[in-house]
Design a protein. Structure first.
Length: 366
């Protein structure tokens, strides 16, 4: 009988096997779905379906740099266990994926999955399904990126747990530049910035970030400027929301720097609620505005690479100053243009194994 695309799609959804494997299974069994599923199970290709519901939060990040040092690729592939992540077959497979990404241009994961695999005559997706069956647990090609520029470097930390690519604008890709870029890559791995510089942050996002810092300051009444805090404490004592016990603590320890250690959680919440009613007033207060500006600048120094304190510096220079010094010392044009940082499993909720519960369940006698 004729095998339709809809039949192949249906079998694929039922088994999790690759499209070509599903088509072959249906052809070999004259379109009998039960027999096709059995065919795939015997080939070890239907096992991917059961693995699809598992959480793959381990794995590795792999990077590849072109021979001319101007293009690099990075890919994250997740596994269920750290044991598989350390498997040489798995690591070789992930490196091959990174190499294929380096040598081609893919707009997204769907396009990459549909491309012919460099490892056999199937697609990347179909070969991946076979790898799932071979290795025996769920594997997930989660994300990739490719960058090109005057000079690029890669850095892998903790055996593939973190991978970093750095792109620089420079007129000389000499040893000094590449060493500096590698140092910056190590900084990125350790300190996890969000941007190269403040110039990358839009005005809207800056305003939003400042709003977050302002709200955070208001909701931390213990750090309010003294005049504002004293007025807030007086208002709380005069009001009905705070317990008498907390009012007594304020009366006794109002000028004690450890006051908030003695207040109840409910009492602190009363102060937060009162502070929020004064938001407009606080924002106009010069002392409070200075406090917020200080916190905001500190926050930007944490999330912007060039503003971060350079971890390898002997003095107090930041990353931007370090890069500028390398450029000056070598008489070249050199600046960091872009970076990519992948950390294995970031943002994925890992499965929490309750071994005691599993043992208890296994020990039950029905």
């Amino acid at each position: 009988m004729a095998i339709t695309a809809a039949d192949v799609k249906k079998l694929r959804e039922m088994t999790g096997a690759g499209m070509m494997d599903c088509k072959k299974a249906l052809s070999e069994t004259d379109g009998d779905f039960d027999a096709a599923i059995e065919f795939l199970r015997k080939k070890g290709l239907a096992s991917a379906e059961k693995k699809a519901s598992r959480i793959a939060a381990e794995g590795i990040v792999s990077t590849v740099v072109s021979e001319d040092g101007k293009t690099a690729a990075i890919v994250e592939v997740n596994s269920e266990t750290d044991f598989v992540a350390k498997n040489e077959v798995f690591q070789t497979y992930v490196k091959a994926l990174a190499t294929q990404i380096l040598n081609n241009d893919y707009a997204n994961l769907d396009e990459f999955f549909a491309a012919k695999s460099d490892l056999d005559d199937t697609t990347v997706e179909e070969h991946h399904k076979a790898m799932v069956a071979k290795i025996g647990e769920k594997l997930s090609i989660r994300r990739f990126e490719k960058i090109s520029g005057d000079a690029v470097v890669s850095y892998i930390h903790a055996g593939g747990k973190i991978g970093v690519l750095v792109e620089a604008t420079t007129d000389a890709s000499n040893d000094a530049v590449l060493e500096a870029m590698k140092n910056v890559a190590m900084q990125i791995a350790a300190m996890n910035p969000s941007y190269v510089s403040r110039d990358e942050i839009s005005a809207d996002l800056l305003a939003k970030e400042k709003e977050v810092v302002t709200s955070s300051a208001i909701n931390d009444p213990a750090t309010l400027p003294k005049p504002l805090l004293n007025a807030l404490l007086d208002e709380a004592v005069a009001g009905a929301a705070m317990s008498q016990e907390d009012k007594d603590v304020i009366a006794e320890k109002k000028n004690d720097k450890y006051l908030f250690n003695f207040l109840s959680a409910e009492g602190v919440q009363v102060l937060r609620d009162l502070a929020n009613t004064h938001t407009a007033e606080y924002v106009e207060n010069k002392i409070f505005a200075g406090l917020v500006e200080g916190r905001f600048n500190k926050h930007l120094k944490e999330i912007c690479l060039v503003d971060q304190a350079y971890v390898k510096a002997e003095d107090k220079e930041n990353v931007g100053q370090y890069v500028a010094k390398v450029a000056k010392d070598n008489g070249i044009n050199f600046s960091i243009k872009k970076f990519v940082r992948f950390e294995t499993g970031e943002g994925i909720e890992k499965k929490q194994e309750d071994y005691a519960a599993e043992v208890a369940k296994a020990a039950q006698i029905n």
